[in-house]
Design a binder for this molecule. Structure first.
Ligand SMILES: Cc1cc2nc3c(=O)[nH]c(=O)nc-3n(C[C@H](O)[C@H](O)[C@H](O)COP(=O)(O)O)c2cc1C
Length: 387
């Protein structure tokens, strides 16, 4: 798609996505919780870090591949699990999975996806995982274990920072629901995005096929507000013991997503997790969390040799990704960037996002005198506030 070739960074992809989506959908995608303090801080924090060059080195061959949870991938970043991707493009998670497979990057679909575990498996030849929340229905997680194993998923993620849904005031103001409420405002917003409107009206209705077995007939046909429905399904009494049981049941690579403290990272290692994601959920949950990158060093110091430590929230540039790797992350996950690509151009848009980030990493590594991911160490980092 010619228009995608004129997009040169993630921020431009965000602008293109905004031009394609009705405002209430774009707000859901790009917004954060409360005052969106964390959302903004996630970007601003990178000003604290510099990267250093090392010159006159042979950088004629640069290899960005790495191994994540035992899976060989082409780049040190992961397409994180995000729900409801058909909001942004009619092919939703299926388009993302195809692009991830073509680019050989790890992609995880969410329990709250609008495509099924099996549909995604059918197109996703690449490395992939499945992400669950702490659902009340005890049968649901067991069902997920069985279905994902049968469909060949290599790893499971448990997201633990969403025991209640974050306070996303943009969604409240917009009365976001499924199907969208017909109000003068939504009609106007949809009317200004005719391509999105046609796609919405001519493709199958939005559903959440992975949780269908847990829904009664009335809920299946009237989801109510997205936030309310999912919030009502979350189990606030879920603890480390439940997580340990799920890890034992899965019996394979298992990642706990949404860790912010060293002691919780240590507990994750103790109950047998393979990895953790240091995350503030992209600024969509507790709106006073520090940025993940600030929290990373203490967590890596606590568990770096016992767990694969991943990180997300606010990563938009190759330089951001290299900074996290320098501080000890095994890989970086991205959420909104690939969803902007999905909204902007479906599968091709996601591929463009992956290619842009990959090429930024290659270019940055060349300037830094690095030829492989394992050469990225703390030595390349300049921390402005460090005493
Ligand atoms: C629209 C949207 C939906 C999301 N849905 C989920 C989800 O279902 N499960 C989950 O673990 N994280 C979810 N996340 C969080 C992402 O996995 C990831 O932690 C976050 O987007 C990273 O921050 P970034 O968007 O700044 O890259 C979602 C994020 C967005 C933007």
């Amino acid at each position: 798609m010619a228009v995608l070739n004129r997009v040169f960074n993630i921020d431009e992809m965000r602008q293109l996505a905004q031009s394609k989506l009705p405002k209430f959908i774009f707000d859901y995608l790009s917004g954060g919780a409360d005052d969106e303090w964390v959302l903004h801080n996630n970007r601003e924090v990178f000003a604290k870090y510099g990267l250093l060059t090392e010159v006159l080195k042979d950088v004629s061959n640069i290899d960005t591949s790495t191994t994540i949870l035992g899976m060989k991938t082409a780049a040190p970043f992961i397409l994180s699990s995000t729900g409801a991707s058909r909001f942004f493009h009619p092919e939703g998670e299926v388009a993302v999975a195809r692009a991830a497979a073509d680019e050989n990057v790890l992609y995880g679909i969410a329990a709250s996806a609008m495509s099924s575990i099996e549909e995604v498996a059918a197109v996703a030849r690449g490395p992939r995982f499945f992400q669950v929340y702490v659902f009340k229905d005890p049968g649901l997680n067991s069902e997920f274990v069985q279905r994902t194993k049968a469909a060949g998923y290599q790893a499971m993620y448990l997201t633990v920072d969403t025991v209640v849904a974050g306070n996303r005031e943009r969604d409240l103001r917009n009365q976001l629901s499924i199907p969208p409420k017909v109000t003068p405002r939504t009609v106007w917003q949809v009317g200004t995005r005719p391509k999105w409107a046609i796609d919405y009206m001519t493709t199958p209705a939005w559903t959440f096929p992975n949780v269908e077995s847990a829904l009664d007939e009335a809920t299946k046909n009237d989801f109510g507000s997205v936030a309310e429905w999912f919030a009502s399904q979350l189990d606030r009494s879920f603890t480390w013991d439940n997580a340990a049981r799920l890890i034992a049941e899965w019996n394979g690579p298992f990642v706990i997503k949404g860790i912010t403290r060293p002691q919780d990272a240590i507990r994750a290692a103790e109950i047998g997790a393979t990895g953790i994601v240091v995350s503030n959920h992209g600024g969509r949950q507790l709106d006073r969390l520090p940025s993940s990158i600030e929290l990373l060093p203490a967590i890596v110091d606590a568990v770096g040799d016992r767990l694969e430590v991943f990180i997300d929230s606010g990563f938009r540039r190759g330089t951001d990704i290299i900074t996290a790797l320098a501080l000890g992350a095994k890989a970086v996950a991205i959420g909104r960037p690939y969803l902007y690509g999905l909204a902007a151009g479906g599968e091709a848009g996601v591929s463009r996002v992956v290619q842009l980030l990959k090429s930024e990493i290659v270019r940055d590594m060349a300037m830094m005198g690095l030829t492989s991911i394992d050469q990225i160490s703390r030595d390349v980092l300049f921390e402005r506030d460090r005493k």
